[in-house]
Structures are given as structure tokens and as C-alpha cells.
Design a protein around this ligand. Structure first.
Ligand code: OGA
Ligand code: ZN
Ligand code: ZN
Length: 415
């Protein structure tokens, strides 16, 4: 008997497993998938397709618990997962709709396995796993990110979420817990690690690889002779984000403490999204100014002149705050009409006052062997002044892209 090319089979030895989000409407310990859809992600579930009908351009699907959804016929043809339409090894789409003049309206049936079978005008057959299809109902948002949990100082009164170094580095569960906290709270600690040079990079490599910048693959935060950056002095660093002078500021920053004997130098963190929300409530005009007025950011040293212009508070297409660019020392001397300056400085001052407000900002000593990680587009960081003649202070830092952090979490959550 020829094996059915549409039947579920593990690819590269990895088959979709049965752990699904509780709201997917699918029981957790369900049987395996019905149709191999060429996914690493889980889509095994209990519900089968009970009925299906063609309706003009649409295919209407009803599952056995009464849930329904309508799919456009072109979407179905485009998302056929058979070996001719998706590369069996790379799992990427190989079907090219541009080369199919008119797929026609398919003949549709809910087959004996509870899958949807579509037969197209040219005889091509597409089968769709019932759970895979259910996860892709037009009203579902498959790309939904973990919801951020905005915080105030009170919520972090007992300290940042933290996971010990051994668990992060040597267990998937520890890494998963730490990355989940980092994604949701925008900040998380690793504790009880070694004070080894470059450990910060080894942590980043547990996820992916660091993002290089003009400060290197990683950087040493120490009071240095001839500093090219405020962090390399001993002065207080007001809450800030790093590198807003880059079109793409680094997404996440890791700061690993190797030595912290000097007096002062306590770390500061504040949830910039929470503060932006407070500003919007308290002073909508100031908020609007910071959301809309483009500001020039600039870093210059002997080898670089890196500039970018963007508002202090960035909003996405839905009007939600999605990035903060606040760094007082790398804001450029920007030409500004006097009436614009009036508006800008009023809003900027109020935002800055709120960022410093102890209701929002937390302050704690970073101990040797501890690493703080934060979402550099959301959570502002800083430090108190320290006194190098009272002892050594040495942190190492690096940056990493959100794509890699989210990818590692998704892979860990595959189970
Ligand atoms: C930095 C920084 C904080 C610190 O290096 O970007 O803000 O505690 N450092 O020294
Ligand atoms: Zn196909
Ligand atoms: Zn910084």
C-alpha cells in the first residue's frame, strides 16, 4: 500500500506534541495530529471537523464542539502542506500561487479522520489537520506575544523575578522560567553565578548570540581613562535606554556584575511603559508631544557618528506604546523652533520626573555573580554615582535581539 503523503509523520524525528494553550479549545492529553502540516509547533488535539461546506469564495468549517470558521479558498490553496506545496525538509512554502492561474472552488469534505480535504480544479488534493486549522481561525492571533505585565516599584518591592545561574545555564526549565519573566516583566535577574570574565556572553549564547555594536560584542562597564561613554565614568546615570541613536536600538541588555566593592553604584530600573501610561493619564498634552515630536539622538567618538531621529515615546499601529527612547546624554543639540522647545521641555521634564519617582523606580545593589537583564525598549536602567577610590566596580554587558529571545522561549515551550 502506498503511504498517504498527507498522513501525519514525524519529520527529522520530531513530531508535533500535544501541549496546547488552555484557550485553544483543545484537550491537553489529546491524540496525535491527523495530518502532517510540516510544523514543529504543537497541533494535536481532540476536536475533529464535523461538517464543511463551500459558500462562494469561502469554505465554512464546523468542528465537533460547534465551533465554526470561514476560510478563503485562496488561503486554503496557499497553505496546503503536502510535499509538493511545502518543502518536506525546510518546511517552507514552495507552492507559488502566481503560477496557478485559477485554483477554482474546491470540492470539500470532512473526511473520516475529521480532517478537511479540498480537491482543486486541477485535481490537486489538500488536507488540513483539524487542530492546525482551528489554531488558524481568522479571528485567532497566532502571532500574539506574551502580555506585558507593567509594574510599579510596589509590585517589585520584594525584588525582580530571579532564577539562579545553575538553573538557567543547565536546565531548560530554569531558562524557560527566566525568559518568561524577562518577556512579561521586561526585567529579570540571574543570581548566584560565578564572577568569571565573559560569563555575560555565555548566558547570551544559551539563547542565541549577542548583537554587536560600536561598543563590541560585549563591553566592560568600568570607570576608564579617556571614556567615550558616560557608563565608563563613575557619575550617576539617570534612567535611560542604551543606544536610542541607532535606528534599531538593542532589544535586550544584559549587565553581569563581576565586582562591586565601591561605595554607591546601586542599580536603578523603571518600567518605561508604565510611566508612559501614567503620563498619558496625568498630562495628555505632554504625552502627545513626546509621542509625536521627532528628537535627534547622536553618539560621536573618534571612529563613529551614529544618529537617529525618533520621538521619545514610540507607538505601534494600534496606538500602544512600543518603545522608549530616553537618554539625556546622547540627545543631540537639535535645531528647534522656540515654540517647539517650549512644548518639548515641558513634556520631557514631566516624563523625567515620573521616571525618577520612587513610586515607579526601583533601586538595588547588584551583587557579584548576579546579572540583570532588561527589555531595553521598555525598561529604563541607571545607576547611582560610585566612588572608585573606595573599591572596584566591574560589570560586563551585551545586547541580544528580541527575535532570539522569543524564538528560544517558543522552542523551549514545544515540550
Ligand atoms: C550601561 C549602564 C549601568 C551601571 O553600561 O549602559 O547603564 O550600573 N551601566 O553601570
Ligand atoms: Zn499541496
Ligand atoms: Zn546604559
Amino acid at each position: 500500500m502506498t503511504p498517504d503523503p498527507h498522513r501525519a509523520r514525524p519529520r527529522n524525528g520530531v513530531g508535533p506534541q500535544a501541549a496546547l494553550a488552555p484557550d485553544s479549545g483543545v484537550a491537553a492529553a489529546a491524540p496525535g495530529p491527523v495530518v502532517d502540516m510540516g510544523e514543529f509547533g504543537a497541533y494535536a488535539g481532540a476536536h475533529r471537523i464535523a461538517a464543511v461546506e463551500g459558500d462562494g469564495e469561502l469554505v465554512r468549517v464546523t468542528w465537533d464542539d460547534g465551533a465554526t470558521a470561514a476560510f478563503h479558498r485562496l488561503w486554503l490553496r496557499d497553505n496546503c502542506a503536502c510535499a509538493d506545496c511545502r518543502h518536506p525538509q525546510t518546511r517552507e512554502r514552495t507552492v507559488k500561487l502566481v503560477d496557478i492561474a485559477e485554483p477554482g472552488r474546491p470540492e470539500v469534505v470532512a473526511d473520516g479522520d475529521g480532517a478537511l480535504t479540498c480537491t482543486w480544479a486541477d485535481g490537486h488534493v489538500s488536507r488540513f489537520d483539524p487542530t492546525w486549522l482551528r489554531q488558524r481561525r481568522p479571528e485567532a492571533d497566532a502571532a500574539a506575544q506574551p502580555t506585558p505585565r507593567l509594574w510599579t516599584a510596589q509590585r517589585m518591592a520584594d525584588g525582580l523575578p530571579s532564577v539562579d545561574h545553575q538553573s538557567v545555564m543547565h536546565t531548560d526549565d530554569g531558562l524557560c522560567r527566566w525568559l518568561d519573566a524577562l518577556s512579561r516583566d521586561g526585567a529579570a535577574l540571574i543570581t548566584d553565578g560565578p564572577s568569571d570574565l565573559n560569563e555575560v556572553v555565555r548566558v547570551a549564547e544559551r539563547i542565541g548570540w549577542p548583537r554587536e555594536t560600536n561598543f563590541g560584542r560585549h563591553f566592560d562597564v568600568q570607570s576608564k581613562p579617556n571614556p567615550n561613554n558616560a557608563a565608563y565614568t563613575a557619575i550617576r546615570l539617570e534612567p535611560h535606554v542604551d543606544l536610542p541613536n541607532w535606528q534599531r536600538s538593542p532589544d535586550f541588555q544584559f549587565l553581569y556584575c563581576l565586582e562591586n566593592e565601591a561605595e554607591g553604584g546601586e542599580s536603578l530600573l523603571v518600567d518605561g511603559f508604565a510611566v508612559a501610561g501614567a503620563l498619558a493619564q496625568e498630562d495628555p498634552e505632554a504625552y502627545e508631544t513626546l509621542c509625536t515630536l521627532p528628537i535627534d539622538f547622536r553618539f560621536q567618538d573618534a571612529d563613529n557618528d551614529i544618529r537617529f531621529r525618533a520621538p521619545v515615546i514610540g507607538r505601534d499601529a494600534d496606538g500602544q506604546v512600543c518603545e522608549i527612547r530616553f537618554n539625556n546624554w546622547i540627545r543631540d543639540a537639535q535645531p528647534m523652533a522656540p515654540e517647539t522647545a517650549e512644548r518639548f521641555y515641558r513634556g520631557y521634564r514631566r516624563f523625567w520626573e515620573l521616571l525618577r519617582d520612587p513610586a515607579y523606580m526601583i533601586r538595588f545593589p547588584l551583587k557579584p555573580g548576579c546579572m540583570m537583564a532588561f527589555d531595553n525598549l521598555r525598561v529604563l536602567h541607571g545607576r547611582e554615582e560610585f566612588f572608585p577610590n573606595t573599591g572596584k566596580r566591574h560589570l560586563q554587558g551585551c545586547y541580544i535581539d528580541r527575535d532570539l529571545v522569543e524564538s528560544r522561549l517558543r522552542v523551549l515551550e514545544r515540550g
